[in-house]
Design a protein around this ligand. Structure first.
Ligand code: CU
Length: 99
């Protein structure tokens, strides 16, 4: 089951990369401490508050956040810092780190 999810995430990542214009990036973050249905709301708000963040999709089940952002306006480290300051440390998903 987990393997299937990883493959799906990878394929979706490839598709969105192919369709993206210059300067737009989509990353998957592994987010710690999301334990209830309200946690993803907090994480999403923290990410959306950053200039350049265009889209945030949180999965409470997978403990991940997929973030689309303009890399001229913000950075991966700004994304992880934002969730960390909100109480949810995050890092780039291992599956996506090899792209
Ligand atoms: Cu919660």
């Amino acid at each position: 089951m987990k393997h299937g999810v990883i493959v799906l995430v990878f394929m979706v990542g490839l598709l969105s990369t192919a369709g993206a214009w210059a300067g737009e990036k989509t990353v998957t973050l592994e987010v710690e401490n999301m334990t209830c249905a309200l946690c993803p709301v907090t994480v999403r708000k923290a990410l959306e508050a950053l200039d350049g963040v265009q889209k945030v999709e949180i999965s409470l089940a997978n403990k991940t956040a997929r973030v689309t952002f303009e890399d001229e306006k913000t950075t991966l480290s700004a994304l992880t810092a934002a969730t960390t300051h909100a109480g949810y440390p995050s890092r780039l998903s291992r599956e996506k780190a090899h792209e």
